[in-house]
Design a protein around this ligand. Structure first.
Ligand code: GRF
Length: 222
């Protein structure tokens, strides 16, 4: 079993969590040693339980302040003693002070080609704006929302008849490959962050990170 461990923070259905769990089992690159959900009623919790991974619910509604919520979160994360903190559908905005605790050690995945379309409802918004391209981005977390050095993106052309749901399905397919792939790079010590530059195997990746087309990921594990 790999000694590189990951704690995954969720807040929804946990399809990315599932992909990360499955990948870890198949590749042995890393271990998911704890899952934290800010929502007590989400399917992601069942996914973790089914995989025999300890889950802690840190319900944001039970805390009067963001500070108190984050303190509770910090305690669980630190007790897990993981090498990497992975946000996967965690829907709470985290303070700068909290994020700085895990600088270079916390990742997020966002369903758009960052730096475009930060925030919510990305699929509908790219359609409304008649964009030609859509995709997903994995990035280090910094205090600004959906900001931080981009590590990798999967990009695809939007088809004329694509609905927001079609885009969501394609983005998910891409996410379930790119997120565990990037975690694997980190677990194998292939990724470095130097100020705003991300290096893979010693090579600077540029501002948009390593780029993948949708075709490149087809036929890869989901
Ligand atoms: C993903 O689309 C991710 O980009 C965003 O939240 C969604 C999480 O989905 N941050 P799931 O809970 O992993 O299915």
């Amino acid at each position: 079993m790999s000694t590189f461990s990951v704690v995954v923070l969720i807040g929804g259905s946990g399809s990315n969590l599932q992909a990360i769990i499955d990948w870890a089992k198949q590749t042995n690159q890393f271990t998911v040693n704890h899952v934290i959900s800010h929502n007590p009623d989400v399917f992601g919790i069942q996914r973790a339980e089914k995989a025999n991974i300890p889950v802690t619910v840190v319900n944001h509604r039970e805390y009067d302040t963001r500070y108190a919520f984050e303190l509770a979160l910090q305690k669980v994360i630190d007790e897990a003693q993981a090498d990497l903190v992975v946000l996967a559908g965690f829907m709470r905005i985290l303070s700068g002070d909290f994020v700085r605790l895990y600088q270079h050690k916390m990742l997020n995945i966002h369903p758009s080609l960052l730096p475009h379309y930060k925030g919510l409802n990305t699929h509908a918004r790219v359609l409304d704006a008649a964009e030609s391209w859509h995709g997903t981005s994995v990035h280090y977390v910094t205090p600004e929302l959906d900001d931080g050095p981009i590590i990798a993106q999967v990009k695809f052309a939007i088809q004329a008849d694509d609905s927001a749901n079609d885009l969501k399905a394609k983005v998910q397919r891409a996410e379930h490959w790119i997120y565990p792939t990037v975690i694997g790079w980190i677990a194998e010590n292939r990724l470095k962050q130097k100020e705003n530059n991300v290096l893979l195997d010693g090579e600077a990746l540029g501002p948009l990170g390593r780029q993948f087309s949708f075709q490149e990921i087809e036929g890869t594990p989901t």
